[in-house]
Design a protein around this ligand. Structure first.
Ligand SMILES: [Zn+2]
Ligand SMILES: [Zn+2]
Length: 276
């Protein structure tokens, strides 16, 4: 594998500005109050019972896991710190995390979670719009509860990621990591290991297996490169390393496709009988 060009961690860390901090504080306040509003509206709507409630929680968690994977992949793979809007707000933190994994464990609550709280405003607002207490049906309530769960898990994804990098997370978190109900350090370690193209989901990590099995990100990268000429991860690892990884991924995709198109070999016994 070609040598990875390491970015300067100090320079990236210095990009955390007062404007960014204000954006994070605003995101936390706005999303928290919208989530409370959604919960109040849901409490005044018809009551959902039985297994629908845990199912709504599970759907919200899976939505957050998928969103974390797609956002993390996009910010890791494309653009740079000078990309308009998301460069300073998101890409800088992802670049920084790759050269200093432990920095996240030194960040306070606002710096760790502000950006994800801001993103979680979307599911919370859609939930408020869906659940109108006077006219809400049970399916509106189910959607509202799923979106409330999605809001909580999207908002806390960076905190969960931080716990996966901590030497000593809180005991209950450690137990949930062991039980596979939160992203574990062992599962997340695959993201920080060569070829640095795996395990982007960082809420529970359950969707990393299916996304890899179907080569979703590998296929998307190939498509985007074909359309734009951009090299995935060029800004993160340097051009030579990024090209080598992209070549290896393309070869693996081709091999996979060829294997899928290959008709299955007839069983050994029928081969023997054909020869007779
Ligand atoms: Zn990453
Ligand atoms: Zn990490």
């Amino acid at each position: 594998m070609a040598k990875i060009e390491q970015r300067d961690a100090k320079e990236l860390e210095a990009g955390y500005s007062r404007v960014h901090r204000a954006y994070e504080l605003g995101g936390i306040l706005l999303t928290s109050s919208t989530l409370v509003w959604l919960c109040v509206r849901t409490a005044h709507a018809p009551t959902l019972s039985g297994w629908w409630v845990p199912l709504a929680m599970l759907l919200g968690m899976l939505f957050a896991d998928l969103t974390s994977g797609v956002a993390h992949w996009a910010f890791d793979t494309w653009g740079n710190v000078d990309t308009p809007v998301v460069g300073r707000l998101a890409i800088r933190t992802f670049r920084h995390h790759h050269v200093d994994q432990k920095a996240i464990t030194r960040h306070d609550f606002v710096e760790t979670n502000g950006h994800n709280f801001a993103l979680a405003l979307l599911p919370a607002s859609i939930g408020v719009w869906c659940v109108r207490p006077a006219t809400a049906t049970l399916s509106d309530v189910f959607v509202g509860m799923s979106l409330a769960s999605a809001t909580v898990f999207v908002a806390l994804t960076s905190q969960i990621h931080k716990w996966a990098h901590m030497e000593r997370p809180p005991r209950v978190v450690h137990w949930l990591q062991r039980a596979g109900l939160l992203l574990s350090p062992e599962h997340h370690a695959a993201h920080h290991a060569p070829p640095y193209t795996r395990s982007y989901c960082i809420t529970v990590g359950w969707l990393n297996g299916p996304l890899r099995a179907f080569r979703v990100f590998e296929g998307l990268e190939r498509l985007i490169t074909a359309c734009t000429g951009a090299i995935p991860r060029e800004d993160d690892t340097g051009k030579a390393a990024a090209e080598a990884v992209a070549r290896a991924a393309a070869e693996e995709l081709e091999a996979n496709r060829a294997a899928m198109l290959q008709p299955p070999a007839p069983p050994a016994s029928s081969q023997a009988s054909e020869r007779q």
